[in-house]
Design a protein around this ligand. Structure first.
Ligand code: NIG
Ligand code: FE
Length: 412
């Protein structure tokens, strides 16, 4: 199949070569071709350019995108879309004054979701989760990472990871899977953390690796959850099984977690609502991508990641949704990008770079996703006619997507 798109008003994120991630001032530039064409062949981007240079316009299918904008699909490098039920009652409890921490301390939060997850069948869990996946695909997400972490027993964690595997096999999106057994201590291990860490390291990780169910390993490194030392043990055991880490860290407190993640070669450190000067120094020149989750801050009313401070210091930054039942029941990446602009003072260029190229780095997909580059996957969004691409974050509540192409085929 050969498809040619012609008359694209603006073709965003056009990069001749697969770039490395973008840091600091590099993020200020978003390369755009005006009055462009795009040629795809099967599932790949074959060619692009300006209309004046188009010599051969033959194709099996030609689609006129006059007045419209094309950009690569969003890459969502941090989600928990496989879960059971919802946490609507906790949402109302927070409105009525309880904090996220108070709800957790009453046995709610992650443990509430774990109870539901342990009870649901694998096939029902797949049915619930696929609805969320289909929703985000309609919203323009072409690749995403999905975590376990609501099972908290060997059996229930494996159930989650098998559902992620089935989603991977069923849909034309790239999916990376992350084992998050260290999301919270189950009630029975409340006073015996060591035993749960042993269970994770001696039983869960080997079983997950045996079935080849995960690409990465994660832990919630936070006061009241997993300590630096406990997380280090998990990261190091993960590495022995070929699992690099992507860690939840600095959501509420800074306890030296970022340094430890960088030292243990983490691929990403995610959340970062609280960031110290020392954290910034540690991240400089590292291979670890900082990932901000602005719609989590929005939903549970906590500080936003200090993006300006980090970017001005020369750091890279990626954006992700954190789609999960407790802190972010939405995977709308357009809204993530808009929130980053509105609340974190990222420019539209920085935010789009953060949700495409840098996000692709944060899940090892830079070779095939994140930009309009020859040889990369033909996964892109065609928008409605826009006044300019600024409209993407500006009109934060509008659905500006006309259609989504995934791996060369029209998805919606
Ligand atoms: O990324 N912070 C830790 N984990 C999830 C939310 C967990 C939950 O409340 O279900 C997050 O926000
Ligand atoms: Fe998360």
């Amino acid at each position: 199949m050969t498809t040619l798109f012609i008359n694209i008003k603006e073709l965003l994120q056009v990069r001749e070569q697969t770039p490395h991630f973008l840091a600091g001032d590099e993020m200020k530039t978003l390369p755009v071709l005006k009055n462009a064409f795009l040629r795809i062949e099967d599932d790949l981007i074959k060619d692009y350019g300006v209309m004046e240079d188009l010599t051969d316009s033959t194709a099996d299918v030609t689609i006129d995108a006059e007045g419209k904008t094309i950009l690569p699909t969003w890459i969502d490098s941090h989600t928990h879309i496989v879960y059971a039920g919802n946490r609507e009652q906790e949402f109302v409890d927070r409105i009525n004054g309880l904090s996220y921490e108070e709800i957790f301390n009453r046995g709610g939060g992650i443990l509430n979701s774990a109870k539901k997850l342990q009870q649901i069948s694998e096939s029902d869990l797949f049915e619930e989760s696929k609805k969320r996946l289909e929703e985000v695909m309609l919203q323009g997400t072409g690749a995403l990472e999905i975590k376990s972490g609501y099972g908290l027993t060997l059996e229930a964690e494996l159930k989650m990871l098998r559902v992620i595997k089935k989603l991977k096999e069923t849909y034309p999106v790239a999916i990376k899977s992350t084992f998050l057994g260290a999301h919270a201590f189950p009630a029975e291990y409340k006073d015996n953390h060591e035993a749960y860490i042993d269970l994770i390291c001696n039983e869960m990780i080997p079983a997950v690796a045996q079935e080849n169910l995960a690409d990465y390993i994660d832990a919630f490194l936070e006061t009241g959850y997993f300590s630096v030392a406990e997380t280090e043990k998990i990261m190091q055991t993960g590495l022995q099984y070929g699992l690099r880490s992507k860690i939840h860290v600095n959501q509420f407190t800074a306890i030296g977690g970022i340094k430890s993640c960088v030292e243990n070669n983490a691929l990403s450190v995610d959340h970062l609502e609280v960031v110290t000067d020392e954290d910034i120094e540690v991240l400089k020149n590292s291979k670890t991508m900082p990932v901000a989750l602005p719609t989590c801050s929005y939903f549970i009313s906590i500080p936003y990641t200090p993006a300006r401070k980090m970017l001005n210091a020369g750091l890279p930054l990626a954006l992700a949704s954190d789609f999960n039942p407790g802190t972010t029941p939405s995977g709308n990446m357009n809204f993530v990008v808009a929130t980053a602009c509105i609340k974190m003072k990222m420019t539209p260029e920085e935010a789009i770079n953060a949700a495409t190229i840098n996000a692709a780095y944060a899940m090892d997909l830079l070779e095939s996703y994140g930009s309009v580059t020859k040889g990369k996957k033909a996964s892109f969004i065609i928008t409605q006619p826009l006044s300019s691409y600024y409209q993407i974050p500006y009109a934060f509540g509008s659905n500006l997507i006309e259609s989504v192409y995934l791996n060369g085929k029209k998805w919606s």
